[in-house]
Design a protein around this ligand. Structure first.
Ligand code: HEM
Length: 108
């Protein structure tokens, strides 16, 4: 909402090693991120999540802006046992921008 999608596209370069978005997106090391903003945690059907991520999502937790902020600033501190091998983003602004970028891609 407050983020800049164009700036977020640059931030997403850090995610691209493991994630895809867009029409032809497939699961790679990480799950497809189309529609992730507002999506329930750990619900890409053909992707094998860690036990930690499955537990984090129990009760129908959703990737809203707040949950994404906490997770992307500190993935392994937020989701114990996550297999996302990423140290996290350092600036809240980068998280807001990457969220704005991701919001452009609907679930498919
Ligand atoms: C999971 C975002 C960088 C590998 C996730 C999830 C999100 C996310 C939202 C949860 C998806 C879901 O519940 O379906 C991002 C963003 C990144 C980033 C925005 C960049 C800022 C990376 C990188 C890697 C990676 C660089 C690989 C080194 C994974 C893996 C999972 C995951 C393996 C599944 C985690 C698990 O099951 O514990 N990512 N990610 N991600 N991501 Fe990333």
């Amino acid at each position: 909402a407050e983020g800049d999608a164009a700036a977020g596209e640059k931030v997403f370069r850090k995610c691209k090693a493991c994630h895809m978005v867009g029409e032809k997106a497939k699961n790679r090391v990480g799950p497809v991120l189309n529609g992730v903003v507002g999506r329930e945690v750990a619900t890409v059907g053909d992707y094998k999540y860690s036990k930690g991520m499955m537990e984090f999502g129990e009760g129908g937790k959703v990737w809203d802006e707040e949950t994404l902020m906490v997770y992307l600033m500190d993935p392994r501190g937020t989701v114990k046992g996550t297999k996302m091998a990423f140290a996290g983003l350092k600036k809240e602004e980068d998280v807001n921008n990457v969220i704005a970028y991701l919001e452009q891609f609907d679930a498919n």
